[in-house]
Design a protein around this ligand. Structure first.
Ligand SMILES: Nc1ncnc2c1ncn2[C@@H]1O[C@H](COP(=O)(O)OP(=O)(O)OP(=O)(O)O)[C@@H](O)[C@H]1O
Length: 240
């Protein structure tokens, strides 16, 4: 079987504060994984370790590569990461921001080709944000900005996508749409998508796995109405 990600005995945290304890994970490729858990249980910390931004003990394999041997996993095309909040401090047109998803082929601010821009427009169309293409990104609403980031992410040619609460600022309609989009990345493009979310109501009906990082021994479970309900009850019943 082909694996997108494996962790063996992964331990990580901040100083005395250990958040990930002896985590063993094997994520097949392709797959969708919804990562849930209480605020502060270590979901983003897991992503920081996977992206090479946090020291850890144990092993992390990204596909066939041992993460310790990789200097910059995103720059080398092993993964693409959408953090929770990214602030842009200068005016920039939406199309110009989205096309930067092609940066590994060109360098961030170098000249992009007509094909790159066509891909950027198509990516915006797919997330339902084609109408924003000419606008100044910094003037958009939080939800609109999130759609633009998703379009940019979709242009990155990585096998593994990590998304930290991508539906956080979106209304009901766009939340559904973003989950459908992530499913399409998996089912149609063979990507493996790890998505941190508190939006459990949108999970039943999706194909993939659930990972409850608040559980004492977190492991992948099939994503079903039953497992989502159990996770919800667990999270409602127990403190962090
Ligand atoms: N650089 C840091 N130094 C010390 N503690 C940190 C640091 N970054 C995060 N923490 C703490 O680690 C804990 C876990 O943070 P993390 O961001 O992984 O939580 P999370 O599960 O993603 O939570 P949320 O659902 O609220 O986003 C939090 O209590 C946080 O305050």
């Amino acid at each position: 079987m082909h694996y997108a990600l494996r962790t063996e005995n992964l331990v990580a945290g901040y100083g005395q504060r250990v958040l990930l304890r002896n985590l063993f994970l094997t994520v097949p490729a392709p797959a969708f994984v919804a990562i849930v858990g209480h605020n502060g249980c270590g979901k983003t910390t897991l992503f920081r370790a996977l992206t090479g931004h946090l020291p850890y003990q144990g092993n992390i394999m990204l596909g066939e590569r041992e993460l310790r041997q990789v200097r910059r996993p995103a720059a080398e095309g092993l993964l693409a990461y959408l953090p929770q909040r990214t602030v842009i401090g200068f005016p920039i047109r939406v199309r110009e921001l989205v096309v930067m998803g092609r940066y590994r082929r060109h360098g961030l601010f170098s000249a992009y080709s007509a094909t790159d821009y066509q891909l950027a427009d198509a990516a915006l169309q797919k997330v339902g944000a084609a109408h924003l293409v000419e606008q100044d990104f910094t003037l958009l609403s939080g939800g609109e900005q999130q759609l633009v980031w998703l379009a940019q992410l979709s242009l990155q040619e990585a096998p593994l996508y990590l998304l930290d609460e991508p539906t956080q600022q979106l209304d009901v309609y766009y939340r559904r749409r973003v989950f459908d989009l992530m499913q399409a990345w998996v089912l149609e493009q063979g990507k493996t998508v790890l998505c941190i979310t508190h939006d459990l109501d949108n999970l039943p009906g999706l194909t993939g796995y659930l990972l409850n990082l608040s559980h004492p021994t977190p492991q992948l479970e099939p994503l079903t109405a039953t497992t989502v309900r159990a996770a919800k009850e667990f999270l409602e019943a127990s403190p962090v």
